[in-house]
Design a protein around this ligand. Structure first.
Ligand code: NAP
Ligand code: MG
Length: 404
């Protein structure tokens, strides 16, 4: 069988620990035998980040602007323990943070749904994709622990010296105050990333804030979304038959719980932090959660939502058997290959991505899975495979589908 051609490269960012081991195995077993894999390779493994003073992360991000599509392996975000383990020159920043800052993107997290791994919310039948605004609010706050009686004020001094002032509270005793902010530019980018991704996925977009209580701060989010929607997206949404739906955050939460899923839920920073953990847990497994960074300009970077699975890696180094789930990492690859195929009008590549995803899902639904899923599945007598047997089981099916 002739290998599938790729006219344009995509950006490949390698990573760390167990996911780096899976990365190679996925390429060797599931990609290179079938595709003339055309990637521009960047090694974001911690050793090479350290060697290049993290320049490689910046280079990989800029390459993503050039080629528009990237796939990334999970990477270590250094902490004190990693400083000694890897003998680091500096405690390098989180690669995901660096990439996001350069691409100005929003992260969308989507669960992979298979029969036999049932959501804890029984009416959820389709994925709920969460988009979290990743700038400002309580994550860039300033706080004061008020020691005793006094007056707290909110003051803005314009560049021209003009002053706006509000009293926050006249304290009679001790208490607390907090200052938070956001900027219109970031909210606008967030809104465009969400609208673009809804068009890309042909799914409804939900957004919610507490604008009835926060008549300026939260209302500003609501107004910016509505304004951009009306001016730039209304016609495109109508053409695809999808909807932009705004409601209050508490109403949104109630509706999400009663829904069957199948939409994108845009959240303010804190709501997204909290709700993404709830939704991920309710869908069953972190190992079945993918993540894509979408920039307002339409650059896409795909990855698994989980980390480098350090505990499994140490077992692997000792020569012990591991049963690490590679599905989210494989779906990062299929996401990137499908997007590459769509941008290049390469229908063969799009079709390959569909078949590889089907092979993953069918393997699990046939009862062959890694340990993390075997523990929670409703399928009787699942066959527990090790990390590499699982990838081979997917390959067996993929080969069969490609022959037909
Ligand atoms: P983790 O790698 O997500 O793993 C936490 C635990 O979740 C694992 O020990 C394992 O549980 C389970 N798990 C996660 N993915 C799995 C998979 N594919 N198959 C089976 N089980 C899986 O999180 P962590 O251990 O807290 O972080 C390790 C490193 O990853 C850190 O250095 C962190 O900086 C980095 N990280 C990177 C990213 C990223 O690049 N996007 C995201 C998060 C964390 P059991 O041990 O119980 O089997
Ligand atoms: Mg969280």
């Amino acid at each position: 069988m002739a290998k599938i051609k790729m006219t344009t490269p995509l950006v490949e960012m390698d990573g760390d620990e167990m996911t780096r081991i899976l990365w190679k195995s996925i390429k060797d077993e599931l990609l290179i035998p079938f595709i003339d894999l055309n990637t521009e390779y960047y090694d974001l493994g911690l050793e090479y980040r350290n060697e290049t003073d993290d320049q490689v992360t910046i280079d990989a991000s800029n390459a993503t602007k050039k080629y528009k599509v990237a796939v990334k392996c999970a990477t270590i975000t250094p902490n004190a323990a990693r400083m000694t383990e890897y003998n680091l020159k500096e405690m390098w920043k989180s690669p995901n943070g660096t990439i996001r800052a350069i691409l100005d993107g929003t992260v969308f997290r989507a669960p992979i749904i298979v029969k036999g791994i049932e959501p804890l919310v029984k009416n959820w039948k389709k994925p709920i994709v969460i988009a979290r605004h990743a700038y400002g609010d309580v994550y860039k706050n300033v706080e004061i622990k008020v020691p005793g009686a006094g007056k707290a004020e909110l003051v803005f001094t314009g560049e021209d010296g003009s002053i706006m002032k509000e009293t926050i509270h006249e304290f009679k005793g001790s208490g607390i105050i907090q200052g938070i902010h956001n900027v219109d530019k970031s909210i606008e980018s967030f809104a465009r990333s969400c609208f673009n991704y809804a068009l890309d996925q042909k799914k409804d977009l939900w957004f919610a804030t507490k604008d009835t209580i926060s008549k300026k701060y939260d209302h500003n989010f609501k107004d910016i979304f509505q304004d951009i929607y009306d001016k730039e997206y209304d016609a495109k949404f109508k053409e695809l038959g999808i909807e932009y739906f705004y409601t209050l955050i508490d109403d949104a939460v109630a509706r999400v719980m009663k829904s069957e899923g199948g939409y994108i839920w845009a959240c303010k920073n804190y709501d997204g932090d909290v709700m993404s953990d709830m939704v991920a847990t309710a869908f069953g497994s972190l190992a079945m959660m993918t993540s894509v960074l979408v920039s307002p300009e339409g650059y896409y970077e795909y990855e698994a939502a989980h980390g480098t699975v350090q505990r499994h890696y140490y077992k692997y180094l000792k020569g012990e058997t591991t049963s690490t789930n590679s599905v989210a990492t494989i779906f990062a690859w299929t996401g990137a290959l499908r997007k590459r195929g769509e941008l290049d009008n390469n229908s063969e590549l799009v079709h390959f991505a569909d078949l590889l995803e089907k092979a993953c899902i069918d393997t699990i639904e046939d009862g062959e899975m890694t340990k993390d899923l075997a523990i929670i599945t409703t399928i009787e007598n699942p066959k527990v495979l090790d990390s590499f047997e699982f990838i081979k089981a997917i390959r067996t099916r993929l080969e069969k589908y490609l022959q037909n």
